[in-house]
Design a protein around this ligand. Structure first.
Ligand SMILES: Cc1ncc(COP(=O)(O)O)c(C=O)c1O
Length: 395
């Protein structure tokens, strides 16, 4: 009897909080199903995972080896190793011709860690923050977990799937927004905002007192036109970036922010308390990664070739409707001619054609049942084979 009471009590003590009740990533289910097929001896082409198959720049790996040989790996300053912050500031000058003070650069545990710091520093619980759909799911899930309200604004093909100032202000008039977050190049769509679209969105947001966050994690992977950084357009914008994608360093967990000056000290205090600092070895490797420019450009050319194979091959295979493939390594295909359930479509394509892709519902709970996201971050041979398999399967 006593035991039953204790067990019942223990259950109430270990109930998960409401805020932890965020949805899972469907892509994980696709990956698990792909692993089962592979375990039975078949070859699956992985186009579900948004991560490069190339490895980190050689210079980054050598720097990490050297650091392990000689250095104690102490905590670093909460804002990051000063020489890395300087190097990133130089990157803004070299890449965009824009002056950014190294004092405004903050090193983070991937861009994922940056979202938490940025949201905590910029918003109060209950604040409404606009994000676009389709969009990267953790934007809205992290906001929810922190007690903010993600406000989903749909984008459309008329504006190349870019959020417009008008759409933002229309939502703001319904109930005031405190912030807005956009990504360009975007996940899952692969679309990019033109310089003009980004400029007018930032100016609309700032004129209405809406704080602007720019996720620039796919910068460097732009094919249609050069990406513009929000750091160049406004000192009030908060910019997030990472070594995960262009530099192929997903598992090193290192990213950065360019922070408006008044937020530097609050973010430093948050970082001191939440993480103390970002892993030292990863910061050392990240600084050296900038020496791997040529290597990374070769990887990028590989993506360009993959993109060409898909843009030419998928329409012949039957998938002829997709969004502009401007950047990142994603192609967002409309599969509504075949299904009204993209999860089921992805499952069947995996089981029958052995091509793994991500159902759109991961990124858009409303319209995503019509879409599939293909990631083209692997070899060109695999892309060619994927096109052949899909053509056979749909044909
Ligand atoms: C749009 C976007 N932002 C942020 C991230 C998080 O990347 P990381 O934490 O590795 O920097 C991802 C990862 O896929 C992404 O697609």
């Amino acid at each position: 009897m006593l035991e039953a009471t204790l067990r019942a009590r223990a259950k109430t003590l270990v109930t998960a909080s409401g805020r932890s009740n965020v949805p899972p990533f469907m892509v994980m289910d696709v990956m698990a199903a792909a692993a089962r097929i592979e375990a039975s001896g078949s070859h699956v082409i992985h186009m579900e995972v948004g991560q490069p198959s190339a490895s980190a720049p050689k210079a980054a790996i050598s720097a990490a080896h050297a650091a392990l040989e000689i250095a104690r790996l102490d905590y670093t300053s909460a804002l990051g190793i000063p020489s890395l912050r300087e190097r990133i500031a130089r990157h803004y000058h070299e890449t965009y011709g824009c002056a950014v003070d190294a004092e405004r650069i903050v090193i983070t545990t991937g861009s994922s860690g940056a979202f938490i710091l940025a949201f905590l520093a910029m918003f109060e619980p209950g604040d409404r923050v606009a994000v676009t759909v389709p969009g990267y799911p953790p934007y809205r899930h992290i906001l929810t977990a922190l007690g903010c309200e993600p406000v989903l604004i749909e984008t459309s093909s008329e504006n190349r799937h870019a959020l417009t100032g008008e759409a933002l202000l229309a939502e703001h008039r319904k109930r005031p927004l405190k912030g807005v977050l956009v990504g360009s190049p975007a996940n899952p769509t692969g679309t990019m905002m033109s310089r003009q679209a980004l400029t007018s969105l930032i100016s609309a947001a700032e004129s209405a007192g809406i704080r602007f966050i720019s996720d620039e994690i796919y910068h460097g992977l732009d094919y249609a036109f050069a990406a513009t950084t929000a750091a160049e357009l406004s000192p009030h914008a908060l910019v997030i970036n990472s070594f995960s994608k262009y530099f192929c360093m997903t598992g090193w967990r290192v990213g950065w922010m360019v922070v408006p000056e008044p937020l530097v000290r609050p973010i430093e205090r948050l970082q001191q308390n939440l993480a103390i600092s970002v892993p030292t070895l990863s910061q050392i490797a990240a600084e050296a990664a900038f020496e791997g420019g040529q290597e990374m450009e070769a990887v990028k050319h590989g993506y360009e070739e993959n993109r060409r194979v898909l843009i030419e091959g998928l329409p012949q295979a039957g998938l002829d409707k997709f969004l502009p493939t401007d950047g990142a390594f994603y192609l967002y295909a409309d599969v509504s001619a075949f299904t009204s359930d993209s999860l089921d479509f992805a499952k069947k394509m995996l089981e029958q054609a052995h091509v793994a892709a991500t159902p759109g519902i991961d990124f858009d709970p409303v319209g995503g049942h019509r879409f599939i996201r293909f990631s083209y971050a692997r070899s060109v041979e695999e892309m060619r084979e994927a096109v052949v398999r899909i053509a056979r399967w749909l044909g």
